[in-house]
Design a protein around this ligand. Structure first.
Ligand code: ATP
Ligand code: MG
Length: 426
């Protein structure tokens, strides 16, 4: 039987994993600088949680969820709903008024697999719960931008406001009127959306629809005074922090829960899958889910797309070359058993050490040391062992020195460790 991974699900092989670790480590570092704490969540929830929060008439809920119909549970398509469920369930807000949380993990959506789009993909998500101030919106976007910058990636930030429960319904009416007049000319999806989810028509990818909506009324002209003032201050705060952005009045996002600020990080060299990250404010959602009346804002970045963007940078440039400090090449059985103890001693003291147990020739072992990017090779032969010496070769400059073997492998480990560590700092 020959089995392959299922379509849209992919293996992340060791050479690529180093990039994933790089992204995850850098994200954690930046999140901690901004006072965020990690939360880890289950990958399944009750289906109702997603239908309720993301919205019944969204692409995700209508056609992209992996649901076990008989069990009433769904593989999470995004993290915000699960995070809020946990937040409410554990009363996290009781401990402090504003909570900054992040989580990293797999998400599942039944979409058409293509470059940058998979059925299992991974997101880095960050959420601030309990703060309504526009400065927080700016802080969250600034954090996302810093993350991309420190990864050495270029992406632009687009910002919009979607208003609130007060100003969106009248705007929705305006947009429905506008769309009804176009009806026949819109793509079939958009004709349907005109009544189920009219705002979505604004960011349809179909070129004809795009052209048609250019003259659509803008949400920004329909904001109530509170939302308008909030959006003005968000922009002022972004300016204050020196964050570059542009306002995109057609950005609506595919999830129903957004209110006020929404944003996307767009990379221009990702082809069709140009969004690397996106987010927004969701001020009514926590209450909707049965929690306290608290506002929230957050974003998610897709790790697969970050990795694609990073392809232009080499492993060397990113400091990702995996190296071995010392490879111990043993010749003969006695040397091999001493070497095994030596290697273990070195590993216990924090040195990356390796050896080969197969009793291969010196030449083969040196080749293996090369494959492992070893900085040193210690060659212990039978004759040398009798004379209490070994040869230590620096693989970078090929210099060799005699290494004295006295008092057994455990103590050789200490002197070898000294040599290695001194040469690192040199
Ligand atoms: P898109 O417009 O590309 O479908 P989206 O608006 O559905 O994106 P969000 O739900 O906002 O995306 O998710 C945030 C990020 O997660 C995206 O910017 C992207 O980097 C990533 N992402 C979303 N869906 C996928 C997927 N199927 N495969 C890989 N990454 C994804
Ligand atoms: Mg999508």
């Amino acid at each position: 039987m020959k089995v392959k991974a299922i379509n849209g699900f992919k293996d992340i092989l060791p050479d690529e994993v180093t990039r994933w670790q790089y992204i995850e480590n850098l994200s954690r570092d930046i999140f901690h600088r901004f006072g965020f704490k990690e939360i880890r969540l289950p990958i399944m929830e009750e289906t109702g949680l997603f239908a309720r929060s993301i919205g019944q008439a969204t692409d995700i809920v209508e056609k992209e969820m992996y649901t076990f119909v008989d069990k009433g549970i769904t593989l999470r398509p995004e993290a915000t709903a699960s995070l809020l469920r946990a937040f409410i369930e554990h009363g996290i807000h009781v401990q402090q008024p504003v909570n900054r949380l992040y989580t990293i993990g797999p998400m599942f959506r039944h979409e058409r697999p293509q470059k940058g789009r998979y059925r299992q993909f991974h997101q880095i998500s960050a959420e601030v719960i309990g703060a309504v101030e526009p400065q927080v919106d700016a802080e969250v976007m600034a954090m996302g931008q810093l993350l991309l910058m420190e990864m050495g990636l270029e992406a632009s930030l687009e910002v919009n406001s979607l208003g609130c429960l007060e100003c969106r319904p009248p705007y929705r009416e305006k947009i429905v009127n506008f769309l009804e007049n176009l009806s026949e000319q819109l793509c079939s999806d958009c004709q349907r959306r005109t009544h189920t989810n009219p705002l979505r028509v604004l960011d349809c990818k179909n070129p004809r629809c795009r052209e048609l909506v250019q003259d659509a009324p803008s949400i920004l002209d329909s904001l109530c005074s509170g939302c308008s003032e909030h959006f003005t201050q968000v922009q002022a705060s972004l300016d204050l922090l020196g964050v570059q952005y542009s306002v995109n009045k057609f950005m609506v996002r595919g999830l129903d829960y957004y209110t006020r600020t929404t944003f996307e990080f767009i990379a221009h060299n990702l082809g069709a899958q140009s969004a690397v990250g996106a987010g927004g404010r969701y001020d009514g959602l926590i209450e909707d889910l049965g929690g306290p009346k608290l506002p929230g804002i957050g974003f998610a970045m897709g790790i697969e797309r970050l990795v694609l963007l990073m392809l232009e940078r080499s492993d060397d440039d990113l400091g990702l070359q995996q190296k071995t400090d010392v490879f111990v090449a043993a010749l003969g059985e006695e040397a091999a058993s001493h070497s095994a103890l030596l290697v273990h001693t070195l590993r216990k003291s924090g040195i990356k050490a390796a050896m080969d147990y197969s009793g291969r020739s010196l030449k083969a072992q040196m080749k293996q040391a090369g494959r492992l990017n070893s900085r040193y090779t210690l060659i212990i032969g039978e004759n040398e062992l009798e004379q209490n010496t070994a040869v230590l070769r620096n693989m970078e400059n090929q210099n060799q020195q005699n290494f004295t073997l006295e008092d057994g492998p455990a103590s050789w480990g200490n002197s070898l460790k000294l040599i290695i560590e001194n040469s690192v700092s040199a």
